[in-house]
Write a protein that binds this ligand. Sequence first.
Ligand code: ATP
Ligand code: MG
Length: 214
Amino acid sequence: MSCSITLKNLSLSRNGDTLFKNVTLSVGHKDKIAVMGPNGAGKTTLLKAIVGLCRVQSGTIEIFHHELITEDDFKKARGHIGFVFQDSDDQIIAPTVIEEVAFGLLNSRMKPAEAQAQAEAILAELGIPHLRDRITLHLSGGEKKLVTLASVLVMKPDILLLDEPSAGLDEKSVNQLAQILASIDKSMLIVSHDLDFVNKMGAQIKYLTPDGLS
Ligand SMILES: Nc1ncnc2c1ncn2[C@@H]1O[C@H](COP(=O)(O)OP(=O)(O)OP(=O)(O)O)[C@@H](O)[C@H]1O
Ligand SMILES: [Mg+2]
């Protein structure tokens, strides 16, 4: 099977306490897998480990069958991965929504008019064109979540890591987001506490426990 993400026997400890061990998972091409589990189980830590923002003590991480070992390996892998953080404030950097969503495109040297057009298109797709000129600092929690999603999706990453993408969204936005994610033909690893949402987006569900993923 062609795998986008392959985790083998990952173990992570902090200050001598094991957070999780024996985490093994294959996210196949265009698979959608949701990781659920209690607060503090290590779900966010697991996503961060995949992109090298946290280091595991043992086990292997492969992206497209390439094992990530050095900082350079993780840096290259991050070029293929879109990561929506649990806390949007950790992610938003630009003063206005349109600048935020166009930021990555401009950074990759796209012409400003084209970057703006693509940013506007993704805002429309996510049902938030009206937020275009808003000050990011003044957005509500749910609005920030949708803007960070837009800024990640606009880059067309091969793999999406989404940490509680539906948290703080109203019912209509949750349903709309589930539909959008269901229609995106990409490999996704989603962390969520919302069973209804992950079912609606058609994800396969795994539970993170201290002894691994089941
Ligand atoms: N940088 C850090 N340093 C020390 N402890 C940390 C750090 N980051 C997370 N933790 C701790 O590790 C544990 C797992 O955190 P993590 O954020 O991965 O949990 P989670 O499963 O995502 O929880 P939630 O559902 O609440 O988001 C928690 O007890 C947390 O306090
Ligand atoms: Mg978390």
